[in-house]
Design a protein around this ligand. Structure first.
Ligand SMILES: Cc1ncc(COP(=O)(O)O)c(C=O)c1O
Length: 547
């Protein structure tokens, strides 16, 4: 049956559909079950499916049309009260009513990443082709674990993995799998690296008879002080503990210092420990720094350590027209994390782990008779569960597939390039602004800065020790003020910015991923931060005076 003609029909019918559905007094459980089957996604209900999904899509589109700021500023207590008041045991009469309620409990006060004044975390505005994919994949509901639950979906995922591996120049033996996010990709990379290292240790006669915990005690992971915390969490989950991760200092540009890595690896080796992995970051969360990949790869190789690149953020550079070169060196990796839900403008979730040598994925293979028996592998039945740490798994690859088929890779790269260029322009503006201090020049699309103005004539602040010898707001006062600015701006809903710490001091952060945001938009946020900061300082000054 053709689907498209029916869509128009349903615009006419949508209010009628669902009238006989939940919230009614069913005489018996049989009647209830019969009515409930009206909700099943199946051939009989396809009309209802189109109508209800369209109602949901329309609710979002209406919201988009009316949204003028990234947030309303609603607080957790208010939302908790509203959501707590919903009686989950009493369904509403129809989809329209549920969507109306959703406005109060979610849509009305959600945080909207498409708004130009959302500039906080690594959340991207999403592209429409991926939303088409999202609608299709959740309806068909393929599960990526086995061929007999996914069929063509398996091949689409495999093709995209090959495409990504080729872009990263990982070689003909590369392989990988989609995951739920960068943290999971990093975990899987380190699980493989750990098992690979343990397999090596087991070859040594001196380790004969040692059980796994004794071997794990020897392993160390090296990563920069600026890398993502999922590395520490992974080490903990892998039975090695947080302290198996050696934090290597960065140079002033926030890239891992290869000399410091060399020193740390030598020390570890001399202490009889085993350098298990070097984790480089291609795009650190705060500064967007890309570690010197070739230098780090050489050191990893010299010690027989696994070389993983966390390109969760920087992965989008692989399709960039202007900044592709920043990712040079991925070909040297044993594994790479790429988050499509960051710099490929995909909805959460969509990430992948790539490995240079497909044989390494066997470290996560386990044959279960009910699902993926070894006989299936021998018969070359393509069961993706053999490569994954998940079993049931979403067909997230479809979103990227439709994005590439509808927009093309270059268009995605162009969106990221715009965001990087914008960060550069905002960096120049801020560097010339005496009220703000940039912690570093922007490298990808983030800016880390703090409001620390010269305070002239504010004697009360000076008396209170809130200014330094040069009349600037003191570091301690800036530490109190900047998180307060962030919180006040968030509560106003007019903009959303992030916060972080640099050398123990509080900073604010912009993460720019919106190709439609302009310098004017971001300048307006800067103006808002300045006004909020000045107001908070004035309040502090007044209270000092009155005290
Ligand atoms: C460099 C880096 N790696 C890993 C992650 C974790 O990714 P996810 O949030 O998808 O788990 C992030 C998240 O911001 C990141 O910036």
């Amino acid at each position: 049956m053709p689907l498209l003609p029916r869509v128009d029909e349903m615009y006419v019918d949508e209010n009628r559909v669902g009238e006989t559905l939940p919230g009614q007094d069913f005489g018996s459980s049989v009647e209830l079950a019969l009515a409930a089957t009206n909700h099943l996604f199946n051939t009989r209900n396809s009309t209802r499916y189109v109508a209800q999904v369209l109602q949901g899509v329309n609710a979002v589109a209406t919201k988009l049309d009316r949204t003028t700021r990234p947030f309303t500023g609603v607080g957790p207590a208010e939302m908790n009260a509203r959501i707590g008041a919903v009686d989950l045991d009493q369904p509403l009469p129809d989809t329209a009513a549920a969507l109306e309620e959703l406005e109060t409990v979610y849509l009305g006060d959600a945080i909207y990443f498409h708004d130009a004044k959302y500039a906080a975390h690594l959340n991207c505005p999403v592209v429409i082709p991926a939303l088409v994919g999202e609608a299709i994949l959740s309806a068909v509901n393929s599960s990526m674990d086995t061929w007999d639950q996914s069929a063509g979906a398996t091949m689409i995922e495999r093709r995209l993995i090959d495409w990504t591996a080729e872009r990263l120049q990982l070689g003909a033996a590369a392989d990988g799998v989609f995951t739920s996010g960068g943290s999971q990709s990093n975990l899987q990379a380190l699980l493989i690296a750990r098992n690979h290292a343990v397999a090596g240790l087991r070859q040594e006669p001196a380790n004969a008879g040692l059980r796994l915990p004794a071997l794990l005690e020897k392993l160390r992971i090296f990563t920069s002080a600026d890398s993502h915390f999922s590395i520490q969490k992974s080490a903990s989950m892998l039975g090695m503990g947080f302290d198996a991760v050696i934090s290597v200092p960065c140079a002033a540009d926030h890239k891992m210092d290869p000399a410091a890595l060399a020193e740390a690896m030598a020390e570890t080796h001399d202490a009889g420990l085993v350098p298990m992995a070097v984790v480089a970051t291609a795009g650190t969360t705060d500064f967007g720094a890309v570690d010197p990949l070739a230098d780090l790869a050489a050191l990893a190789r010299a010690y027989g350590a696994w070389f993983h690149i966390d390109a969760a953020y920087g992965g989008g550079l692989m399709v960039s027209g202007r900044y592709h070169h920043l990712l040079d060196g991925t070909r040297l990796a044993d594994s790479v994390t790429v988050d499509f839900h960051k710099t490929f403008f995909q909805p959460v979730s969509s990430s992948a782990l790539l490995v240079r040598d497909r044989a390494m994925l066997q470290h996560v293979t386990y044959y279960a008779d009910y699902l993926n028996p070894e006989s299936a592998a021998l018969a070359e039945i393509p069961n993706q569960v053999d490569k994954s740490i998940q079993t049931t798994r979403r067909f997230d690859a479809l979103k990227l597939w439709l994005t590439l088929r509808i927009m093309g890779a270059d268009a995605i790269g162009a969106l990221f390039d715009e965001a990087i260029d914008l960060a550069g322009r905002v960096g120049s503006v801020m560097a010339a602004d005496d009220d703000f201090e940039l912690a570093a020049d922007p490298q990808l699309s983030t800016l880390v800065f703090r409001y620390r103005p010269r305070v002239t004539g504010a004697d009360a602040l000076a008396d209170a020790g809130l200014t330094d010898a040069h009349g600037r707001l003191s570091e301690d006062a800036a530490d109190t003020l900047n998180p307060a600015i962030r919180a006040a701006v968030f509560a106003s809903g007019q903009a959303v910015v992030a916060g972080t710490k640099v050398a123990g001091r509080h900073y604010l952060k912009f993460t720019l991923l919106n190709a439609e945001a302009t310098l004017e938009d971001i300048s307006e946020i800067i103006g808002l931060l300045r006004r909020t900061g000045a107001q908070l300082l004035a309040n502090a000054s007044n209270s000092e005076v009155s005290a």
